[in-house]
Design a protein around this ligand. Structure first.
Ligand SMILES: [Zn+2]
Length: 224
């Protein structure tokens, strides 16, 4: 197997409604025809093609070096997004491509990185050639929101729950360590000081309960 350390993103530079209604695989076949018949290559140049609806279709086998970025094909995987005609290198992803393509590309990158842990760079064709392709800055796009860690069906919507639950977990850990710290400080004190500190804690708790009760009363009486 060849050494893979990079994913390079491209676009097909086709209009938004190009071959609309056709299967993703039919679009791959058409791009293959351009590459084989018009450029004389052995196969389609990319390993994956992502259609407008997020469907991922396979192109040239990954084991074989692609034909997509001059001088960088040997150690990279080329992925092509369908669309991008009329776009520029300074566009953002959403100017030319769909949210479904964004999700599918991130999921695909996550899967490829798991399979080939030597992948260390996500880039775009325009970082290596004076071209608009893929019509956004791929490294900046990827850095904004790295690939999801959840494996799933390619093209499926990504969930934001794991991030939220990680935040909740962090909060719980912080709370627990704060309580642990207070108990530790209490143990370090001598007998009399412990009683004084405990009395202080009870007083603060009683005040908190009193304030809470007053607020509940105010709330119940219609002050909301
Ligand atoms: Zn390209």
């Amino acid at each position: 197997m060849r050494h893979i350390n990079e994913i390079i993103i491209h676009c097909s530079a086709t209009p938004v409604n190009w071959m609309s209604g056709a299967e993703a695989q039919a679009k791959v076949n058409e791009i293959r025809r351009w590459h084989v018949e018009e450029r004389g290559w052995s196969d389609v140049g990319y390993s994956h093609i992502i259609d407008r609806d997020g469907t991922v279709a396979l192109g040239r086998p990954i084991e074989k070096a692609g034909a997509h970025t001059k001088g960088r094909n040997a150690n990279s995987i080329g992925i092509c997004l369908i669309g991008g005609q009329g776009g520029t290198a300074n566009d953002v992803f959403g100017d030319n491509f769909t949210q479904a393509q964004d999700n599918a590309l991130r999921t695909l990158i996550a899967g490829l990185k798991r399979e080939y842990p030597t992948i260390e760079k996500i880039s775009g064709h325009n970082q290596y050639a004076a071209k608009a392709c893929p019509c956004f800055n791929a490294s900046a796009w990827y850095a904004r929101k790295p690939a999801p860690e959840i494996s799933g069906v390619v093209g499926a919507q990504q969930r934001s729950k794991p991030t939220q639950s990680r935040t909740v977990q962090a909060t719980v850990v912080q709370g627990a360590s704060a309580v642990g710290g207070a108990v530790g400080a209490l143990n370090a004190l001598d007998g009399t000081a412990q009683i004084v500190a405990l009395a202080g804690c009870i007083l603060i708790a009683a005040m908190a309960m009193f304030i809470m009760r007053e607020r509940l009363k105010a709330w119940a009486s219609g002050w909301r």
